[in-house]
Design a protein around this ligand. Structure first.
Ligand code: SAM
Length: 296
């Protein structure tokens, strides 16, 4: 395989097709073979795997994925890149190039058609402007999936792995940790891309949990609680919870439930662990249902 992932080879393709980068699509192409290797290795791809790549660009990482996987679907939004991909990937019979916005693609259907509905691996150097909607969309749509291995902004990788009480801890940390076990695989400086991004990047692997990290009776309520707690970071938990959208509690009820759980009503949401959010969620469900028990 003659890798596209060097500065010379990438520039040659860009010139051949007179390709102009589109800022609105978050285009920063990888030009470092060591990082490309690291990503494919961290994703643990075998020749049994069906891999979904989001945003193949000129096909640099796709080459590595096609070498390792049984089959690859590469979903690219930019119509100018489609003829380039058809050229750079022509020697791989195991790739489908799909011209689509990943946020609009019916991934369930793709997995049904291409992988008999079995779990897939997702790999991507993500467009940074839509990192969170893409990752949360993958989790929340409950598609059969083993892992997501992605390049994201370093700061976003830090937030995904943050623990309670730290400055990076927030709704994204809790949502990602609810569905998966995150692990940073590599830090990647701006000079590994053309053009260079203004921020540092990191490769993070999110290993999907077989069971979500905590058991709750009402998942929507859990996420309403998390959102309410972090939207008003400076409010105490009791104040943040009553009157928040999707949370059926008066302030007095909120205080009573927190006290019953041994959580100080004056604590801020950012100090609460996922397990505590789950306890709170189940206690609220029980109270609203007229049962007075905290356990699921
Ligand atoms: N994978 C290539 C690489 O590593 O060199 C390119 C990565 S670049 C950071 C992000 C890619 O995602 C670009 O090719 C961009 O056009 C594409 N993209 C942006 N928004 C997208 C979307 N909504 N759906 C699919 N692809 C998208």
């Amino acid at each position: 395989m003659a890798t596209l992932g060097t500065p010379q080879n990438t520039i040659a393709i860009l010139q051949k097709y007179q390709f102009h980068f589109q800022k609105k699509f978050g285009q920063n192409f990888l030009i470092d073979p060591r990082i490309l290797h690291k990503i494919t290795h961290a994703a643990g791809i075998t020749d049994n795997d069906f891999v979904l790549e989001i945003g193949p660009g000129i096909g640099t990482m796709t080459q590595y994925l096609c070498e390792a996987a049984r089959e690859v679907a590469a979903v690219e939004i930019d119509s100018n890149l489609i003829p380039i991909l058809e050229d750079t990937l022509h020697e791989y019979p195991n790739v489908s190039i799909i011209h689509q916005d990943i946020l609009k693609l019916d991934i369930h259907r793709l997995i049904q058609e291409k992988n008999n509905g079995n779990p897939i691996k997702v790999v991507a150097n993500l467009p940074y402007y839509i990192t969170t909607p893409i990752i949360m969309g993958l989790f929340e749509s409950h598609i059969p999936m083993e892992s997501i291995t992605v390049m994201v902004q370093k700061e976003v990788a830090d937030r995904m792995q943050a623990t309670p009480g730290t400055k990076d801890y927030g709704a994204l940390s809790l949502a990602v940790q609810y569905y998966s076990i995150p692990e940073t695989v590599a830090n990647v400086p701006p000079n590994c891309f053309i053009p260079r991004p203004k921020v540092g990047s990191a490769v993070i692997r999110l290993a999907k949990r077989k069971e979500n990290a905590v058991a709750v009776q009402d998942e929507a309520l859990l996420f309403s609680l998390i959102r309410a707690s972090f939207q008003q970071r400076r409010k105490t938990l009791a104040n943040g919870l009553h009157n928040a959208p999707g949370i059926p509690l008066q302030k007095e009820q909120a205080i009573q439930i927190l006290e019953r759980l041994g959580i100080s009503p004056s604590i801020r949401g950012e100090a609460l662990s996922l397990e505590q959010f789950a306890l709170l969620c189940n206690a609220i469900t029980a109270t609203v249902d007229g049962r007075n028990t905290e356990q699921p």
